[in-house]
Design a protein around this ligand. Structure first.
Ligand SMILES: [Zn+2]
Length: 332
């Protein structure tokens, strides 16, 4: 076994984490106390890294922008955005003030504004913020970190959301300190992030490792971390384990690209012809979505049962769903 490392766990400060793997020049350490897996060195790769990333750029152009300028069609929200759909179904502080930290292309932010939240978005990726400003000039967005935002802006919020952000940060504890500062009394922090105990997806290794994901959280680690840092975890859900396969299949079918193209085509028509034609198109789009969703979901279910059966035979751990969804209230 590898010797214990001198690096303290960024979630619980325990020392003596042990090396559990490596990715490129990074070591991956597992904390013996809380179970967090973290990168060594634990260093954020800078805003330029994300601005220059072809994947983030492509995703922004193809997926984010059509959704942002046209709004997210009702049927698409649970088709692709499990976490957003959960948030809106929960009806957390409706009509309240909301800060979306790590808003990327603003898909969630646009939806929150449309549904009556007084929404502000921040992201370190300046290109993403410029794109939001071009597509939806009315949205209140800023290219900065939460720490920089707090220095320049005295506003406090009823809700802070951070979807798939925490795992990118080099100092998660600092983030919670800043979130406490930016929340009103009784305010709520809503997070989603990848689950360490999900089905390992080797094709995603590039993105689920440093310098992208610097920390990997099992349920116990994230709940304890929030509770120790001034929050009461009110709700913690783990996505349906079949989502691992569902998203994989969507990725394989390049549905990201197809959805982007389809929305573009749809946008063109809506702007040109009249309402009746656009209405028919919308109906057809909904039916096509529903058929595609059912087919992919059925296949994902089969894959899940096959692989969990195989796991049981070989004595493996039961597979958990791919993501955490957490609602945590500021402790009074
Ligand atoms: Zn720990």
């Amino acid at each position: 076994m590898e010797a214990a490392s001198s690096s303290a766990c960024p979630a619980c400060d325990s020392s003596g984490a042990r090396k559990t793997g490596a990715y490129g020049e990074y070591s991956l350490l597992r904390c013996g106390a809380c179970g967090l897996v973290f990168s060594d060195p634990l260093a954020h790769p800078s805003a330029e890294f994300y601005e220059k990333s072809e994947t983030y750029e492509k995703r922004g152009e193809m997926i984010g922008m059509p959704y942002l300028s046209e709004g997210l069609p009702e049927g698409d929200i649970d088709y692709k955005f499990w976490n957003f759909s959960k948030f809106f179904r929960d009806g957390i502080k409706p009509g309240g003030s909301l800060l979306d930290v790590g808003c990327a292309e603003g898909v969630f932010l646009g939806e929150a504004a449309k549904r009556g939240y007084c929404a502000v978005g921040i992201d370190i990726n300046r290109r993403a913020i410029e794109r939001i400003r071009a597509a939806r000039p009315g949205l209140d967005v800023h290219a900065c970190t939460l720490g920089e935002f707090l220095k320049g802006d005295g506003r406090t919020f009823d809700v802070i959301t951070s979807f798939e952000v925490l795992e990118h940060l080099e100092n998660p504890k600092e983030y919670l300190r800043e979130a406490r500062e930016a929340l009103k009394s009784g305010g709520v922090l809503v997070l989603s992030l990848p689950n360490l105990d999900r089905n390992p997806d080797y094709t995603l290794a590039k993105f689920d490792n440093p310098p992208h994901h610097l920390t990997k959280w099992p349920k116990k680690a994230i709940d304890g971390f929030l509770e120790r840092n001034g929050f009461v975890v009110e709700r913690h859900e783990i996505a349906d384990p079949r989502f691992s396969y569902y998203f994989k299949l969507i990725g394989l079918a390049r549905l990201d690209i197809l959805v982007g193209l389809r929305n573009r085509a749809f946008r063109g028509r809506k702007a040109g012809a009249g309402g009746a034609k656009a209405g028919g198109k919308e109906g057809a789009r909904r039916i096509a979505n529903s058929i595609a969703k059912k087919a992919v979901w059925t296949l994902a279910t089969l894959m899940f049962f096959a692989s969990s059966g195989l796991g049981k035979l070989t004595g493996g751990k039961p597979i958990e769903g791919p993501n955490h969804y957490i609602v945590a209230r500021l402790r009074e």
